[in-house]
Write a protein that binds this ligand. Structure first.
Ligand code: R7I
Ligand code: MG
Ligand code: MG
Ligand code: MG
Length: 300
């Protein structure tokens, strides 16, 4: 088995995929009941269950592009990443993309990638999208920048986000503002209900109403959660994130990538591997990112 840091790289990529695949059936629906979700996870854990695997959505389609671009270019190349997004979208447009980001893909293609940041900048009357479509695909950037100086991870995270999402609220202030609320919720411990999380942090498709929620899901699921039967801590994270309703694939994917990195791939129950599309690709990309990780920073 792959242990240690390599297992954490695999866990992060696999966790992002699994949160997306397992959360997608519930996206945009009203919050699933505790019995529906408990039996969903119980059934999937049964090795005898015969069902097709769950398809990944735009979250994973774009995560795969980010990872592959960093691998192919051995670093951040805006044009290559933008081209990969566009090629992927036109190959498989029915992965559930946000309704406005597809205009960015069309404009990038029409302008032959001449100014790769321009199309995102003119979304929503020139303010840019505050959708969570940049945050949902960020895990490979964190892995690629493992041990790199902070300014490197900030640079790649920000610039790769700007290829599709230019709204300053989306990637800056609003997220930080919400982190204060996140701390407030953490102080309240186990008594916090799904409605409170929805009202305080949000379960919406905007970055500022989903990123703090994903972080909260990871923290909350470190310990058993009332009404959540999953006793494996990795699965509990995804189960809890989905239980909040709303943008379930994306919140579960972001929470899953953190949990997978924290617990490591070997902690992900094997019975769930076959339920997610293209898990072997996620592992392969994780291994490549692991092999090419930056040497330990010598910055003081
Ligand atoms: O952010 P994005 O890629 O969407 C990601 C979400 C995830 O939940 C995926 O699973 C998928 O379902 O979609 O796509 P965008 O089209 O940029 O943003 C998503 C939506 O956020 C838009 O269609 C708008 O409804 C909303 N939105 C805004 N609304 C008003 N004003 C984003 N920015 C704005 C804004 O500035
Ligand atoms: Mg999606
Ligand atoms: Mg969708
Ligand atoms: Mg979503």
């Amino acid at each position: 088995a792959v242990e240690g840091l390599a297992g954490k790289f695999r866990g992060s990529m696999a966790g992002a995929l699994m949160g997306d695949c397992l959360g997608a059936p519930f996206e945009g629906e009203s919050r699933a009941s505790r019995s529906v979700l408990n039996s969903y996870f119980r059934r999937l854990a049964d090795p005898a269950l015969k069902v097709p695997y769950k398809l990944y959505t735009d979250d994973t389609a774009m995560t795969r592009c980010v990872a592959q671009s960093l691998i192919d270019e051995k670093g951040y190349c805006a044009t290559d990443m933008a081209k990969k997004f566009v090629k992927e979208y036109y190959n498989e447009p029915k992965r559930g993309y946000g309704s406005n980001v597809t205009d960015v893909f069309a404009a990038l293609r029409a302008t032959k990638f001449q100014d790769v940041y321009a199309p995102a900048g003119i979304q929503f009357g020139g303010r840019g999208s505050y959708g969570n479509g940049a945050a949902m695909r960020i895990a490979p950037v964190a892995l690629f920048c493992y041990d790199a100086p902070d300014k490197e991870v900030v640079h790649i995270a920000k610039d790769s986000s700007l290829l599709t999402h230019a709204n300053r609220l989306g990637y800056n202030g609003a997220v930080l503002q919400k982190l204060e609320k996140l701390l407030e919720l953490m102080e309240q411990g186990d008594s916090v209900t799904p409605s409170q999380v929805e009202d305080t942090l949000g379960v919406y498709i905007s970055a500022h109403m989903s990123v703090p929620t994903a972080i909260y899901s990871f923290i909350r699921a470190l310990n058993p959660v009332t009404n959540i039967e999953s006793d494996n801590a990795f699965l509990r994270t995804i189960h809890y994130a989905i239980s909040l309703g709303g943008d379930t694939d994306t919140i579960a994917s972001m929470a899953g990538s953190i949990a997978g990195a924290y617990y490591g791939f070997s902690e992900i129950p094997e019975s769930f591997h076959r339920h997610c599309e293209a898990l072997s690709d996620a592992i392969e990309q994780a291994d490549q990112l692991f092999k090419m990780r930056k040497p330990k920073s010598t910055e003081t």
